[in-house]
Write a protein that binds this ligand. Structure first.
Ligand code: NCD
Length: 310
């Protein structure tokens, strides 16, 4: 296992499988009355979240705490970065406190990688701009594998704002690595320029694209990252690319419906679709904790260590 996880490209397919196996055994911990194992006792995890986040920050915090690590949270507003400190100085301060791993979310693509050059401990990318969000992709694939029993051979539609989405980028890499086929669906203005370089199909028509897929993965419209108009109106976007019951009826009966959250209900997904049994958004969140426990375990203890989930 690598010491840091910046991109899905840092992991071999076998390492992803190992993370899934470990996550499956850690999932059981959440069902206990005392939801804690001593695996990372005495280790220090710093959650450095410099962009708004609820679920990812909480998920990493719970993952660390369930493994008995000491978890410290630093957020944009409360940190000295708000007082003008550079990322380099913040990194050095964290290192001086002997952190074992830093989990960073930052609006600038490449900042987690930069952090690996500034400090000696491991770094986990919890989302850097529109670049990558590898643990989100890992929890998504874990969920697909858990519900559908496999990933290889599946067809996955990733729908919406591809060009501003770090979740899309990490998921494309991860699904491809594990042998699934990806079709990207959305308006041409939300497709990234480098699309020909990715091993994917592209469709601009949701109705026809979802007919034969096993997974429909909806992305949030990232209004905060769009600095110009990419489509005429949200209403037009949602009538063409939002998932409503009429469109669900066009898809395979049991196609999984996924979303990384937070959902813009009424834009990329209707409330009715969000509450269908085949919509696994809550399972994704629950699995997120177990998958992040597995990532922390493997990065900190290493692939060779034995698993003490007791
Ligand atoms: C995603 C993110 O922040 O990239 N959310 C998440 O991690 N739960 C997706 C999004 O914000 O749309």
């Amino acid at each position: 296992m690598p010491k840091s996880l910046i991109s899905i490209n840092d992991l071999e397919p076998e390492e992803m499988e190992l993370i899934f196996e470990t996550a499956a055994s850690f999932k059981e911990v959440a069902t206990r009355e005392i939801k804690k194992v001593p695996t990372l006792r005495g280790r220090t995890i710093v959650n450095l979240f410099l962009e708004p986040s609820t679920r990812t920050r909480t998920s990493f915090e719970l993952a660390g705490k369930r493994l008995s690590a000491d978890v410290v949270n630093i957020s944009a507003k409360s940190s000295a970065l708000a007082k003008g400190e550079s990322l380099e100085d913040t990194a050095k301060t964290i290192e001086a406190m002997n952190a074992d791993i830093v989990i960073i979310r930052h609006s600038a693509p490449g900042s987690p990688y930069l952090l690996t050059k500034l400090i000696n401990c491991g770094v986990i990318n919890a989302g850097d701009g529109a670049h990558e969000h590898p643990t989100q992709a890992l929890l998504d694939l874990f969920t697909v594998n858990e519900v559908l029993g496999k990933i290889r051979g599946l067809k996955v539609a990733i729908v919406g704002d591809i060009s501003h989405s770090r979740v899309a980028r990490s998921n494309i890499l991860a699904f491809n690595k594990m042998g699934a086929k990806v079709v990207l669906v959305g308006p041409p203005t939300l497709m990234p320029a480098e699309i020909e370089l990715m091993d994917v199909e592209v469709s601009y028509d949701l109705d026809s694209a979802i007919k034969d897929v096993d997974v429909i993965y909806l992305l949030r419209i990232q209004l905060e990252r769009q600095n110009e108009s990419y489509f005429p109106s949200l209403r037009e976007y949602s009538s063409l690319f939002g998932l409503n019951m009429d469109k669900v009826r066009l898809a395979k009966k049991d196609a999984l419906i996924m979303h990384p959250g937070p959902m813009n209900r009424g834009i990329e997904i209707t409330s009715e679709v969000a509450s269908l049994p085949q919509t696994v958004v809550n399972e994704q969140v629950a699995n997120g904790v177990a998958v992040r426990m597995a990532v922390l375990y493997h990065l900190l203890i290493g692939g060779g260590g034995s698993l003490e989930a007791s």
